[in-house]
Design a binder for this molecule. Structure first.
Ligand SMILES: [Zn+2]
Length: 92
C-alpha cells in the first residue's frame, strides 16, 4: 500500500508507519474500490463503541485509512494487524 502522510494527519508519524507496515504485511494493497487510486493514508485510530445498551463498554480499536484522492474511508481492526494497541484515552 502506498501511504502518504499529509500535514493534516493527526496521528504520530512513527505510529502511522507502524500501522502502514502492518497493513502491508497483511497484503492490504488493493486500489481504492471507489476511484481506483493507489494512494492512501492512515488518518488516525478510533475505538468503535459496540454492544449498544447491553454491553456499552465494548470497544473495537480500529485504524482509519482514507483514499488520498476521493476520501473513501476504510476501517481495519487493530487487533488483526498484530500491532500493540494504544492506551485508550477514555473520557468518562
Ligand atoms: Zn478513492
Amino acid at each position: 500500500m502506498d501511504a502518504v502522510n499529509k500535514e493534516t494527519d493527526v496521528i504520530d508519524p512513527d505510529r502511522s508507519q507502524q500501522l502502514v507496515d502492518a497493513l502491508t504485511r497483511k497484503g492490504v494493497n488493493q486500489p481504492c474500490p471507489r476511484c481506483g487510486s493507489r494512494k492512501f493514508g492512515v488518518v488516525d485510530e478510533a475505538d468503535l463503541r459496540l454492544g449498544g445498551t447491553e454491553h456499552p463498554q465494548a470497544v473495537l480499536p480500529t485504524v482509519v485509512v482514507a483514499c488520498d484522492n476521493c476520501g473513501f474511508v476504510t476501517l481495519h481492526a487493530t487487533g488483526a494487524l498484530g500491532v500493540p494497541e494504544l492506551e485508550a484515552a477514555v473520557d468518562g
